[in-house]
Design a protein around this ligand. Structure first.
Ligand SMILES: [Zn+2]
Length: 83
């Protein structure tokens, strides 16, 4: 994952480099200690509702996450879906 031209090269707070990170939701663990983790990859409009038949949200775009290597602030960027 490489930053696009809209993303800062360095942390705007302290100037240190940003590194790409992966956000995920940690699923509940089963009786044998296994969990189903999910990547937090997409976004949709605030207030969006799940599809009646699919149960899924409409994908408006993808989320890219970066963390400052010094102050650990996390930055999120949206990449709209190309239509
Ligand atoms: Zn920083």
């Amino acid at each position: 994952m490489t930053p696009s031209s809209t993303q800062p090269e360095a942390c705007p707070d302290c100037g240190a480099p940003l590194q790409a990170i992966k956000l995920f939701a940690h699923g509940p663990e089963s009786l044998v200690g296994l969990a189903l983790d999910s990547d937090v990859t997409f976004y949709t409009a605030d207030g969006a509702e799940r599809g009646t038949w699919s149960g899924k949200y409409t994908i408006d775009g993808q989320v890219q996450a970066y963390m400052c290597t010094s102050c650990r602030r996390i930055f999120l960027y949206g990449e709209p879906v190309q239509e």
